[in-house]
Ligand binder design. Sequence first.
Ligand SMILES: Cc1ncc(COP(=O)(O)O)c(C=O)c1O
Length: 408
Amino acid sequence: MRKKGIMAASHSIREIEPDRIFGVAKVAGDAIAKKGFDNVINSTIGALTDDNGNLLFLKSVMEHIRNLKDSDLAAYAPIAGLPEYLEAVKKAAFRDMMPDGYIKAIATPGGSGAIRHAIWNYSEIGEKVLTSDWYWGPYSIIAREHLREITTYTLFNSDYSFNFNSFKERSDELIKEQGRLLAIINTPAHNPTGFSLTYDDWCKVVDYVKTKSEQITIFIDIAYIDFSGGMSEARRFFKLFENLPENVLILVGYSMSKAFTLYGTRCGALISITSSKAVSEEFVNVCTFSNRGTWSNGTRLAMKTLTDIMTKEELLDKVDKERQEYRELLEKRAYAFVEEAKRIGLETCPYNGGYFISIPCDNPDELALKLREKDLYLVALNKGIRFAPCAVSMEKCIKSPSIIKSCL
Ligand SMILES: Cc1ncc(COP(=O)(O)O)c(C=O)c1O
Protein backbone atom coordinates (compact mmCIF):
# COMPACT_ATOMS: atom_id res chain seq x y z
CA MET A 1 0.00 0.00 0.00
CA ARG A 2 1.17 3.51 -0.77
CA LYS A 3 2.31 5.41 2.31
CA LYS A 4 0.75 8.87 2.76
CA GLY A 5 2.80 11.58 1.02
CA ILE A 6 4.92 9.17 -0.99
CA MET A 7 4.65 9.08 -4.74
CA ALA A 8 8.33 8.81 -5.71
CA ALA A 9 9.92 5.51 -6.71
CA SER A 10 11.89 3.80 -3.95
CA HIS A 11 15.29 4.55 -5.49
CA SER A 12 14.46 8.26 -5.56
CA ILE A 13 13.65 8.53 -1.87
CA ARG A 14 16.85 9.86 -0.39
CA GLU A 15 17.70 11.89 2.62
CA ILE A 16 17.43 15.53 1.62
CA GLU A 17 20.43 17.49 2.78
CA PRO A 18 20.38 21.24 2.29
CA ASP A 19 22.94 22.27 -0.36
CA ARG A 20 25.91 23.31 1.74
CA ILE A 21 27.20 25.83 -0.75
CA PHE A 22 24.05 27.55 -2.03
CA GLY A 23 22.54 27.43 1.49
CA VAL A 24 25.30 29.47 3.14
CA ALA A 25 25.55 31.78 0.10
CA LYS A 26 21.95 32.82 0.77
CA VAL A 27 22.69 33.51 4.46
CA ALA A 28 25.73 35.60 3.44
CA GLY A 29 23.57 37.55 0.97
CA ASP A 30 21.09 38.34 3.75
CA ALA A 31 23.93 39.55 6.00
CA ILE A 32 25.22 41.84 3.25
CA ALA A 33 21.73 43.29 2.74
CA LYS A 34 21.56 44.05 6.45
CA LYS A 35 25.10 45.16 7.28
CA GLY A 36 26.53 46.35 3.98
CA PHE A 37 29.01 44.70 1.60
CA ASP A 38 32.11 46.24 3.18
CA ASN A 39 31.29 44.81 6.60
CA VAL A 40 30.80 41.21 5.50
CA ILE A 41 33.29 38.74 3.97
CA ASN A 42 31.32 36.55 1.59
CA SER A 43 33.62 33.67 0.72
CA THR A 44 30.89 31.28 -0.36
CA ILE A 45 30.73 31.94 -4.09
CA GLY A 46 32.36 29.56 -6.60
CA ALA A 47 32.80 32.17 -9.31
CA LEU A 48 35.31 34.91 -10.01
CA THR A 49 34.12 38.32 -8.84
CA ASP A 50 35.58 41.81 -8.68
CA ASP A 51 36.35 43.40 -5.33
CA ASN A 52 32.73 44.49 -4.99
CA GLY A 53 31.28 41.03 -5.44
CA ASN A 54 30.15 41.49 -9.06
CA LEU A 55 30.70 38.48 -11.33
CA LEU A 56 33.62 38.90 -13.72
CA PHE A 57 33.10 37.83 -17.31
CA LEU A 58 35.52 37.54 -20.21
CA LYS A 59 34.37 40.51 -22.27
CA SER A 60 35.77 39.13 -25.52
CA VAL A 61 33.68 35.98 -25.04
CA MET A 62 30.50 37.91 -24.24
CA GLU A 63 31.01 40.19 -27.22
CA HIS A 64 31.48 37.21 -29.48
CA ILE A 65 28.26 35.61 -28.27
CA ARG A 66 26.29 38.83 -28.82
CA ASN A 67 27.39 38.85 -32.44
CA LEU A 68 26.39 35.27 -33.21
CA LYS A 69 23.66 34.58 -35.76
CA ASP A 70 20.22 33.63 -34.45
CA SER A 71 20.70 30.12 -35.84
CA ASP A 72 23.90 29.72 -33.82
CA LEU A 73 22.16 30.96 -30.72
CA ALA A 74 18.99 28.93 -30.92
CA ALA A 75 19.19 25.97 -33.30
CA TYR A 76 19.69 22.41 -32.06
CA ALA A 77 23.21 21.01 -32.11
CA PRO A 78 23.84 17.40 -33.18
CA ILE A 79 23.38 14.93 -30.32
CA ALA A 80 27.11 14.32 -29.79
CA GLY A 81 27.94 18.01 -30.29
CA LEU A 82 28.91 20.16 -33.29
CA PRO A 83 31.63 18.18 -35.13
CA GLU A 84 33.92 21.22 -35.28
CA TYR A 85 33.42 21.74 -31.51
CA LEU A 86 34.44 18.15 -30.83
CA GLU A 87 37.80 18.95 -32.44
CA ALA A 88 38.17 22.45 -30.97
CA VAL A 89 37.44 21.30 -27.42
CA LYS A 90 40.37 18.86 -27.57
CA LYS A 91 42.61 21.81 -28.39
CA ALA A 92 41.12 23.83 -25.53
CA ALA A 93 41.72 20.99 -23.09
CA PHE A 94 45.22 19.91 -24.19
CA ARG A 95 46.66 22.98 -25.99
CA ASP A 96 50.25 22.07 -26.93
CA MET A 97 50.20 18.92 -24.78
CA MET A 98 47.83 16.77 -26.85
CA PRO A 99 48.92 13.15 -26.31
CA ASP A 100 49.20 10.69 -29.20
CA GLY A 101 46.46 8.09 -29.29
CA TYR A 102 42.78 7.77 -30.14
CA ILE A 103 41.19 10.91 -28.75
CA LYS A 104 37.46 11.55 -29.00
CA ALA A 105 35.14 14.10 -27.39
CA ILE A 106 31.42 14.25 -26.66
CA ALA A 107 29.68 17.51 -25.73
CA THR A 108 28.14 17.60 -22.26
CA PRO A 109 26.36 20.24 -20.17
CA GLY A 110 29.42 21.48 -18.26
CA GLY A 111 31.93 19.37 -16.41
CA SER A 112 29.03 17.95 -14.37
CA GLY A 113 27.64 16.25 -17.45
CA ALA A 114 31.05 14.71 -18.14
CA ILE A 115 31.21 13.36 -14.57
CA ARG A 116 27.73 11.89 -15.03
CA HIS A 117 28.63 10.09 -18.25
CA ALA A 118 31.89 8.76 -16.78
CA ILE A 119 30.11 7.32 -13.75
CA TRP A 120 27.17 5.91 -15.68
CA ASN A 121 29.17 4.36 -18.52
CA TYR A 122 32.37 3.24 -16.78
CA SER A 123 31.17 1.69 -13.53
CA GLU A 124 28.49 -0.91 -12.82
CA ILE A 125 25.32 -0.14 -10.85
CA GLY A 126 26.02 -0.55 -7.13
CA GLU A 127 29.79 -0.14 -7.51
CA LYS A 128 32.07 2.21 -5.65
CA VAL A 129 33.83 5.04 -7.45
CA LEU A 130 37.12 6.19 -5.95
CA THR A 131 38.15 9.75 -5.21
CA SER A 132 40.20 11.56 -2.56
CA ASP A 133 38.87 12.27 0.96
CA TRP A 134 38.84 16.00 0.21
CA TYR A 135 36.42 16.20 -2.69
CA TRP A 136 33.80 18.33 -4.42
CA GLY A 137 30.50 17.30 -2.78
CA PRO A 138 28.47 16.86 -6.00
CA TYR A 139 30.61 13.81 -6.93
CA SER A 140 28.74 11.94 -4.26
CA ILE A 141 25.34 13.29 -5.36
CA ILE A 142 25.98 12.37 -9.01
CA ALA A 143 27.16 8.90 -7.95
CA ARG A 144 24.08 8.35 -5.77
CA GLU A 145 21.74 9.67 -8.45
CA HIS A 146 23.11 6.90 -10.66
CA LEU A 147 22.98 4.20 -7.97
CA ARG A 148 26.72 4.21 -7.26
CA GLU A 149 28.66 5.34 -4.25
CA ILE A 150 31.79 7.39 -3.68
CA THR A 151 34.58 5.85 -1.63
CA THR A 152 37.79 7.65 -0.75
CA TYR A 153 41.54 7.38 -0.27
CA THR A 154 43.56 9.81 1.84
CA LEU A 155 44.73 12.67 -0.37
CA PHE A 156 47.59 13.96 1.75
CA ASN A 157 50.60 12.57 3.55
CA SER A 158 51.40 14.32 6.83
CA ASP A 159 53.59 16.80 4.90
CA TYR A 160 50.71 17.50 2.50
CA SER A 161 52.32 15.72 -0.44
CA PHE A 162 50.17 13.36 -2.58
CA ASN A 163 49.51 10.15 -0.66
CA PHE A 164 50.17 7.77 -3.51
CA ASN A 165 50.27 4.75 -1.18
CA SER A 166 46.73 5.40 -0.02
CA PHE A 167 45.57 5.80 -3.65
CA LYS A 168 47.26 2.52 -4.56
CA GLU A 169 45.98 0.58 -1.54
CA ARG A 170 42.38 1.67 -1.99
CA SER A 171 42.56 1.03 -5.76
CA ASP A 172 43.94 -2.47 -5.15
CA GLU A 173 41.07 -3.20 -2.75
CA LEU A 174 38.43 -2.00 -5.19
CA ILE A 175 39.94 -3.90 -8.11
CA LYS A 176 39.89 -7.03 -5.96
CA GLU A 177 36.28 -6.43 -4.87
CA GLN A 178 34.82 -5.21 -8.19
CA GLY A 179 37.19 -6.49 -10.85
CA ARG A 180 37.43 -2.94 -12.24
CA LEU A 181 38.15 0.60 -11.14
CA LEU A 182 36.82 4.05 -11.87
CA ALA A 183 38.86 6.73 -10.08
CA ILE A 184 38.17 10.47 -10.18
CA ILE A 185 41.21 12.73 -9.83
CA ASN A 186 40.50 16.45 -9.68
CA THR A 187 43.71 18.19 -10.72
CA PRO A 188 45.23 20.68 -11.36
CA ALA A 189 43.87 23.17 -8.81
CA HIS A 190 41.64 20.78 -6.94
CA ASN A 191 38.34 21.97 -5.49
CA PRO A 192 38.24 22.47 -2.49
CA THR A 193 41.95 22.56 -1.59
CA GLY A 194 43.81 24.18 -4.52
CA PHE A 195 46.22 21.21 -4.57
CA SER A 196 47.68 19.80 -7.81
CA LEU A 197 49.35 16.44 -8.39
CA THR A 198 52.96 16.97 -9.49
CA TYR A 199 54.35 15.44 -12.66
CA ASP A 200 56.11 12.84 -10.48
CA ASP A 201 52.83 12.01 -8.72
CA TRP A 202 51.30 11.37 -12.13
CA CYS A 203 54.24 9.17 -13.14
CA LYS A 204 53.53 6.99 -10.10
CA VAL A 205 49.81 6.76 -10.90
CA VAL A 206 50.52 5.86 -14.53
CA ASP A 207 53.19 3.27 -13.62
CA TYR A 208 50.74 1.73 -11.17
CA VAL A 209 47.81 1.43 -13.60
CA LYS A 210 50.14 -0.13 -16.17
CA THR A 211 50.68 -3.08 -13.80
CA LYS A 212 46.97 -3.98 -13.86
CA SER A 213 45.15 -6.29 -16.24
CA GLU A 214 41.61 -5.31 -15.18
CA GLN A 215 39.54 -2.45 -16.67
CA ILE A 216 40.92 0.76 -15.21
CA THR A 217 39.33 4.12 -15.95
CA ILE A 218 40.86 7.31 -14.61
CA PHE A 219 38.59 10.34 -14.89
CA ILE A 220 40.52 13.60 -14.61
CA ASP A 221 38.44 16.60 -13.64
CA ILE A 222 40.21 19.64 -15.13
CA ALA A 223 37.51 22.22 -14.33
CA TYR A 224 40.14 24.70 -13.07
CA ILE A 225 43.03 23.96 -15.44
CA ASP A 226 43.06 27.46 -16.94
CA PHE A 227 43.44 28.99 -13.48
CA SER A 228 46.40 26.96 -12.35
CA GLY A 229 49.75 28.32 -13.43
CA GLY A 230 51.30 28.18 -16.90
CA MET A 231 49.24 26.91 -19.83
CA SER A 232 51.78 24.23 -20.90
CA GLU A 233 53.16 23.36 -17.47
CA ALA A 234 49.66 22.67 -16.10
CA ARG A 235 49.09 20.26 -19.01
CA ARG A 236 52.44 18.45 -19.17
CA PHE A 237 51.05 15.34 -17.49
CA PHE A 238 48.72 14.66 -20.46
CA LYS A 239 51.72 13.38 -22.42
CA LEU A 240 52.04 10.52 -19.92
CA PHE A 241 48.84 9.03 -21.36
CA GLU A 242 50.44 7.97 -24.64
CA ASN A 243 50.70 4.24 -25.40
CA LEU A 244 48.83 3.05 -22.33
CA PRO A 245 47.71 -0.59 -22.31
CA GLU A 246 44.29 -1.18 -23.88
CA ASN A 247 42.68 -1.93 -20.50
CA VAL A 248 43.47 1.59 -19.25
CA LEU A 249 41.14 4.36 -20.35
CA ILE A 250 41.75 8.02 -19.54
CA LEU A 251 38.70 10.29 -19.45
CA VAL A 252 39.02 14.05 -19.16
CA GLY A 253 36.15 16.20 -17.88
CA TYR A 254 36.34 19.60 -19.58
CA SER A 255 34.23 22.56 -18.50
CA MET A 256 33.63 25.96 -20.13
CA SER A 257 32.14 27.28 -16.88
CA LYS A 258 35.33 28.78 -15.45
CA ALA A 259 37.62 28.83 -18.50
CA PHE A 260 35.17 30.95 -20.52
CA THR A 261 33.19 32.41 -17.58
CA LEU A 262 30.08 30.72 -19.03
CA TYR A 263 28.93 29.12 -15.76
CA GLY A 264 25.22 29.03 -16.53
CA THR A 265 25.52 28.39 -20.25
CA ARG A 266 26.19 24.73 -19.44
CA CYS A 267 28.80 23.44 -21.85
CA GLY A 268 31.76 21.12 -21.55
CA ALA A 269 32.92 17.77 -22.85
CA LEU A 270 33.95 14.29 -21.90
CA ILE A 271 37.17 13.44 -23.74
CA SER A 272 38.69 9.96 -23.99
CA ILE A 273 42.33 8.99 -24.51
CA THR A 274 43.07 5.38 -25.39
CA SER A 275 45.48 3.30 -27.45
CA SER A 276 42.59 1.14 -28.66
CA LYS A 277 40.51 2.07 -31.71
CA ALA A 278 37.72 -0.22 -30.49
CA VAL A 279 37.59 1.40 -27.03
CA SER A 280 37.54 4.81 -28.67
CA GLU A 281 34.61 3.87 -30.91
CA GLU A 282 32.78 2.32 -27.99
CA PHE A 283 33.28 5.57 -26.05
CA VAL A 284 31.60 7.59 -28.82
CA ASN A 285 28.73 5.12 -29.06
CA VAL A 286 27.96 4.84 -25.35
CA CYS A 287 28.27 8.56 -24.67
CA THR A 288 26.21 9.60 -27.70
CA PHE A 289 23.50 7.22 -26.50
CA SER A 290 23.79 8.75 -23.02
CA ASN A 291 23.41 12.26 -24.42
CA ARG A 292 20.20 11.24 -26.19
CA GLY A 293 18.97 9.43 -23.10
CA THR A 294 19.55 12.33 -20.69
CA TRP A 295 19.65 15.93 -21.92
CA SER A 296 19.52 15.21 -25.67
CA ASN A 297 21.69 17.86 -27.31
CA GLY A 298 23.87 20.51 -25.70
CA THR A 299 24.21 24.28 -25.88
CA ARG A 300 24.98 25.23 -29.46
CA LEU A 301 25.94 28.86 -28.79
CA ALA A 302 28.67 27.80 -26.36
CA MET A 303 29.99 25.14 -28.74
CA LYS A 304 30.08 27.66 -31.59
CA THR A 305 31.81 30.21 -29.36
CA LEU A 306 34.56 27.84 -28.26
CA THR A 307 35.03 26.65 -31.85
CA ASP A 308 35.43 30.20 -33.14
CA ILE A 309 37.86 31.12 -30.39
CA MET A 310 40.05 28.05 -30.79
CA THR A 311 40.20 28.38 -34.58
CA LYS A 312 40.84 32.14 -34.87
CA GLU A 313 44.31 32.97 -33.66
CA GLU A 314 43.70 36.65 -33.00
CA LEU A 315 40.54 35.97 -31.02
CA LEU A 316 42.22 33.19 -29.03
CA ASP A 317 45.06 35.52 -28.18
CA LYS A 318 42.60 38.14 -26.93
CA VAL A 319 40.67 35.65 -24.78
CA ASP A 320 43.90 34.15 -23.37
CA LYS A 321 45.23 37.59 -22.44
CA GLU A 322 42.02 38.58 -20.73
CA ARG A 323 41.88 35.31 -18.82
CA GLN A 324 45.51 35.74 -17.81
CA GLU A 325 44.59 39.06 -16.16
CA TYR A 326 41.86 37.33 -14.17
CA ARG A 327 44.22 34.52 -13.22
CA GLU A 328 46.73 37.04 -11.91
CA LEU A 329 44.02 38.76 -9.88
CA LEU A 330 42.97 35.41 -8.42
CA GLU A 331 46.56 34.38 -7.64
CA LYS A 332 47.35 37.69 -5.96
CA ARG A 333 44.37 37.26 -3.65
CA ALA A 334 45.03 33.57 -2.96
CA TYR A 335 48.73 34.01 -2.22
CA ALA A 336 47.96 37.02 0.00
CA PHE A 337 45.71 34.73 2.05
CA VAL A 338 48.30 31.92 2.11
CA GLU A 339 51.16 34.26 3.08
CA GLU A 340 49.15 35.82 5.89
CA ALA A 341 48.07 32.37 7.10
CA LYS A 342 51.72 31.30 7.16
CA ARG A 343 52.76 34.44 9.00
CA ILE A 344 50.26 33.91 11.82
CA GLY A 345 50.61 30.11 11.94
CA LEU A 346 47.25 29.09 10.45
CA GLU A 347 47.54 25.70 8.76
CA THR A 348 46.18 25.45 5.20
CA CYS A 349 46.23 22.73 2.54
CA PRO A 350 48.85 23.44 -0.14
CA TYR A 351 47.53 25.90 -2.72
CA ASN A 352 48.76 25.55 -6.31
CA GLY A 353 45.95 27.35 -8.10
CA GLY A 354 42.22 27.51 -8.69
CA TYR A 355 39.31 29.18 -6.96
CA PHE A 356 39.64 27.75 -3.44
CA ILE A 357 41.88 27.20 -0.42
CA SER A 358 41.04 24.81 2.43
CA ILE A 359 41.82 25.00 6.12
CA PRO A 360 41.77 21.61 7.84
CA CYS A 361 39.98 21.48 11.21
CA ASP A 362 38.10 19.09 13.49
CA ASN A 363 34.65 20.67 13.68
CA PRO A 364 34.07 22.46 10.39
CA ASP A 365 30.35 23.13 10.88
CA GLU A 366 30.93 24.59 14.32
CA LEU A 367 33.81 26.73 13.09
CA ALA A 368 31.80 28.01 10.11
CA LEU A 369 28.99 29.07 12.47
CA LYS A 370 31.43 30.85 14.78
CA LEU A 371 32.90 32.66 11.78
CA ARG A 372 29.44 33.86 10.77
CA GLU A 373 29.28 35.72 14.07
CA LYS A 374 32.39 37.59 12.88
CA ASP A 375 30.75 38.25 9.51
CA LEU A 376 32.98 35.81 7.64
CA TYR A 377 30.89 33.40 5.58
CA LEU A 378 32.47 30.32 4.04
CA VAL A 379 31.67 26.71 3.24
CA ALA A 380 32.06 23.93 5.82
CA LEU A 381 33.34 20.63 4.40
CA ASN A 382 33.82 17.25 6.06
CA LYS A 383 37.49 17.79 6.84
CA GLY A 384 37.78 21.55 7.06
CA ILE A 385 36.48 24.83 5.76
CA ARG A 386 36.76 26.27 2.26
CA PHE A 387 37.82 29.84 1.61
CA ALA A 388 37.14 31.30 -1.85
CA PRO A 389 39.70 33.92 -2.94
CA CYS A 390 37.88 33.96 -6.30
CA ALA A 391 35.14 36.00 -4.66
CA VAL A 392 36.96 38.04 -1.98
CA SER A 393 39.02 41.23 -2.39
CA MET A 394 42.74 41.27 -1.62
CA GLU A 395 42.10 43.38 1.48
CA LYS A 396 39.59 40.88 2.85
CA CYS A 397 41.87 37.95 1.90
CA ILE A 398 44.56 39.44 4.13
CA LYS A 399 42.09 40.03 6.98
CA SER A 400 40.54 36.55 6.93
CA PRO A 401 43.31 34.24 8.26
CA SER A 402 43.46 35.96 11.66
CA ILE A 403 39.66 35.90 11.97
CA ILE A 404 39.71 32.16 11.25
CA LYS A 405 42.59 31.54 13.65
CA SER A 406 40.81 33.42 16.44
CA CYS A 407 37.78 31.12 16.08
CA LEU A 408 39.63 27.81 15.83
C1 LIG B 1 35.70 20.22 -9.10
C2 LIG B 1 34.64 20.59 -10.06
N1 LIG B 1 34.39 19.77 -11.07
C3 LIG B 1 33.44 20.04 -11.97
C4 LIG B 1 32.69 21.17 -11.86
C5 LIG B 1 31.62 21.29 -12.88
O1 LIG B 1 31.27 22.48 -13.28
P1 LIG B 1 30.19 22.74 -14.41
O2 LIG B 1 29.26 21.61 -14.45
O3 LIG B 1 29.59 24.00 -14.01
O4 LIG B 1 30.99 22.84 -15.67
C6 LIG B 1 32.91 22.08 -10.82
C7 LIG B 1 32.10 23.28 -10.65
O5 LIG B 1 32.09 23.97 -9.68
C8 LIG B 1 33.92 21.77 -9.89
O6 LIG B 1 34.18 22.57 -8.87
